[in-house]
Design a protein around this ligand. Structure first.
Ligand SMILES: [Mg+2]
Ligand SMILES: [Zn+2]
Length: 181
């Protein structure tokens, strides 16, 4: 079993500053649904790891977040893919928890729950916090330039060893290329 861990906003769907506030606002990034379907057909498991969108009083209601995730899973399934699970940090940035990125807690939790090591697992994100969480968890960080990724790619803090792709489709193309035996 191979595993890919994806951030949601800015990787699978278009990001919105305050988070997606209605299932009808969920819009896939071009090629992302097909990329997930390709992973599925190649025998990979796909898991989403995301922070609860918004901050403070604007923090997104968890029921609403769950409904948006159901919408995402529905679109993915219609395209022939599967999202095995969505893991999320339910806290806010002010809570000082160990699961909100850049902390590695969410990724470590995924590793425990799926009984897998993370050292070969790509963690694909668009923000520096995704990259930092992947590093801290001992996984393989991968940056895409969609969402906040174009800006992230230009940050001085970004480790130049992190592979950068135009989008999820291109990242998956490379993953599956190197997966051929
Ligand atoms: Mg993101
Ligand atoms: Zn948390």
């Amino acid at each position: 079993m191979r595993l890919a861990i994806l951030d949601r906003d800015g990787v699978i769907n278009e990001a919105q500053d305050d988070g997606i506030r209605s299932p009808t606002e969920w819009k896939p990034i071009r090629g992302s649904l097909e990329a997930i379907a390709r992973l599925h057909r190649a025998g990979w498991r796909v898991v989403v790891a995301m922070d609860r969108p918004g901050t403070g009083a604007r923090q997104l209601d968890l029921d609403l977040m769950a409904r948006v995730n159901e919408t995402m899973k529905h679109h993915v399934a219609k395209s022939g893919g599967v999202i095995d699970a969505v893991f999320f940090c339910p806290h806010g940035p002010e809570d000082g928890c160990s699961c909100r990125k850049p902390a590695p807690g969410l990724l470590l939790d995924i590793a425990r729950r799926l009984h897998t090591e993370l050292d070969e697992v790509p963690v694909i994100g668009d923000s520096l916090s995704d990259i930092q969480a992947a590093r801290a968890a001992g996984a393989r960080p991968v940056l895409v330039k969609t969402g906040h990724g174009f800006g992230t790619a230009g940050l001085a803090d970004l480790d130049p060893a992190v592979p950068v792709y135009e989008d999820l489709y291109q990242a998956v193309d490379d993953l599956l290329g190197s997966d051929k035996q």
